[in-house]
Design a protein around this ligand. Structure first.
Ligand code: ADP
Ligand code: ASP
Ligand code: MG
Length: 412
């Protein structure tokens, strides 16, 4: 039997009505003759609530217990989805991550998938089961503890299953009808893309466009999974939504194809550190050991042998970063006068594979922000993206004005 993976995000399973609606979509594919693996998220808002409880009890939590708690939302929706399908006379059963077993490494709260054995589920398909409903986002570590794949991780579960089972396609059902030139919640000029290249989607995702988890795009690219993003709220044709595919499958493309933002950024500055060989290693080593994901880095001009070092990291890692740096200071490995955290910043990025061959994108981006009176705090670039850190209060304005400046509402 040909096989499809269908993933339903939080808003698509937010209540019983929506679970029924999603199950109906699954029924349509089953009627066409597909075996289906359904990956479900927790009901909308549930994971945030669970994370909130953990934070309230223990801000510097034990990640193994964090995972035990936050993985629970998906357990509920997997069972409910299987029951709904059974009520429709579709043979279905649910699986939790450990039952598959979806094996991961031990990096709790950001675990990487290592292996998905297919025999267990395939045996059930062989016995006449038509839909396997799998709890997204969760797996099991070599130590036998529950792990989670990082926020948005059900996308990655879905793509990994599609790769492991050789699915014809991996459909990601969500609350928007595809991937847009920017978050449609920020500007109604955002335009839906029929196709987007893996590389661009990868950048957009890693720069904050949460429509797909970054790792899911990486896996789709590596294993050549046909990945589609579409709405669970509308009737869907076979070419609905956005296809994430190889660059060669795209005929026309703008220089900039997307604007991403991330409000979840903090800028940290170490004031007056000794400017000597090894100082960067002494600062960023302990940060890395503490699991802080440092993104942008700038070292300021040095005066009389001392300099300021600025870096950005996710807001929820500020406490960890402070603890790691204070520890290094207490051990005499580094010395600084002060450590200042600015949590009122946002990162805005312009992404496009066309940047490889066309210059002037950075200049246009800087001019646009200047015209709006927005100050740039940190800049970083790569082959196909430019990112800037700005005051968070200008985030929406920056996205809208860049979307206008690069004429993203128009097709190439
Ligand atoms: P789900 O719960 O289905 O996984 P998410 O909330 O994780 O859904 O992702 C969908 C959301 O991603 C949309 O509601 C939208 O606000 C946001 N988003 C951000 N950037 C984009 C983009 N470029 N295109 C489409 N959606 C985007
Ligand atoms: N429920 C998890 C989250 O909200 C995983 C997911 O929905 O993809 O992050
Ligand atoms: Mg998501």
């Amino acid at each position: 039997m040909p096989l499809l993976v269908m993933k339903f995000g939080g808003t698509s399973v937010a209540n019983i009505d929506r679970i029924r609606r999603a199950a109906k979509r699954v029924g349509v594919e089953v009627a066409k003759g597909y075996d289906v693996i359904v990956i479900v998220s927790a009901m909308a808002g549930r994971t945030n609530e669970l994370v909130g409880w953990v934070d309230e009890i223990s801000p510097l939590y034990d990640a193994r217990e964090y995972d035990a708690v936050v993985s629970s939302g998906e357990v509920v929706t997997a069972g409910l989805m299987a029951l709904t399908l059974q009520e429709m006379d579709i043979p279905a059963r649910s699986w939790q991550g450990w039952q598959v077993p979806l094996k991961t490494n031990s990096s709790h709260s950001a675990a990487r998938i290592e292996e998905i054995p297919t025999d267990n589920i395939n045996a059930k398909f062989g016995e006449g089961m038509q839909v396997a409903v799998v709890a997204g986002f969760q797996g099991i570590s070599p130590e036998g503890r529950i792990t989670t794949l990082g926020r948005g991780g059900s996308d990655t579960t879905a793509v990994a299953f599609a790769a492991a089972f050789g699915a014809e396609r991996c459909d990601i059902y969500t609350d928007v009808d595809g991937v847009y030139t920017t978050d449609p919640r920020i500007t109604d000029k955002a335009r839906k893309l029929d196709r987007i290249a893996f590389e661009e989607m990868l950048e957009l995702a890693s720069l904050g466009a949460k429509v797909l988890q970054t790792r899911s795009v990486e896996l789709a690219m590596r294993y050549n999974v046909r990945l589609r993003v579409l709405s669970s709220f509308e009737e869907q044709s076979d070419d609905a939504g956005t296809l994430v595919c190889a660059e060669e499958e795209i005929m026309e493309s703008n220089v900039v194809n997307g604007i991403a933002y991330s409000r979840d950024e903090a800028k940290m500055t170490l004031i007056s550190v000794a400017d000597r060989p090894g100082i960067a290693a002494a600062i960023f080593g302990p940060l890395s050991d503490a699991g802080v994901n440092v993104d942008m880095i700038i070292q300021n001009i040095s005066e009389e042998g001392r300099t300021d070092m600025t870096f950005s990291c996710p807001t929820n890692q500020v406490a960890r970063a402070e603890k790691a740096l204070q520890g290094a200071k207490d051990r005499g490995e580094i010395n600084f006068h002060d450590l200042v955290a600015d949590t009122n910043v946002a990162k805005i990025s312009a992404v496009g594979i066309g940047m490889r061959s066309q210059s002037g994108v950075a200049a246009k981006m800087f001019q646009t922000l200047r015209d709006e009176g927005i100050n740039i705090k940190v800049i970083s670039t790569s082959e196909i993206k430019i990112s800037v850190l700005i005051d968070r209060k200008y985030m929406e304005l920056a996205v809208q004005s860049l979307h206008d400046a690069f004429e993203l509402d128009k097709t190439a």
